[in-house]
Ligand binder design. Sequence first.
Ligand SMILES: [Zn+2]
Length: 130
Amino acid sequence: MGNRKGSRPGSREKMIAKVASLCLPCGICGDAINYEIQDANHPEHYELDERIPYSKGGSTDTWENTQPVHRICNLLKGNKEDYYLDGLFDAYTKYKGKKYQSFKEEYLQEKAQNMQKKCNVTFTSSKIDI
Ligand SMILES: [Zn+2]
C-alpha cells in the first residue's frame, strides 16, 4: 500500500492501527465492528474512513478527520460527507440486489441465531426479508 499524497510516510498505517485498538463502533451505521475479520473484502471488515474525503481535501491521518467504519458502510458512503446509516441492517438493505447477497444471508443467519440466544425469539426469513 503506497502513501497517499499529503500524509507522512507510515502515518496512515499507524492511524489505522491506533483507531482499531480503541474497538469503537462504526462511525457511519453505529453498529459494532468485528476487528478480528481478516478478509479485507468482507463487508463488515474494518476500514478507516475520512469524514471529509481525501478527494475533497480531508486529511487521512488525523483524529479529527478519521473514523472506523465497516467496509460496506464505506462503500455506500463513497465520497459523500456526513453520511449515516441506521445500523448494519440498513447498510445491507441498501445493498439489496447487489453484490453482497451471500454475505447478507450469512449476516442475517448469524443475527437471527444471536437474537434467539439473547431473547429466545425465533426470526423467520419473512420477518427479516430484505
Ligand atoms: Zn457500519
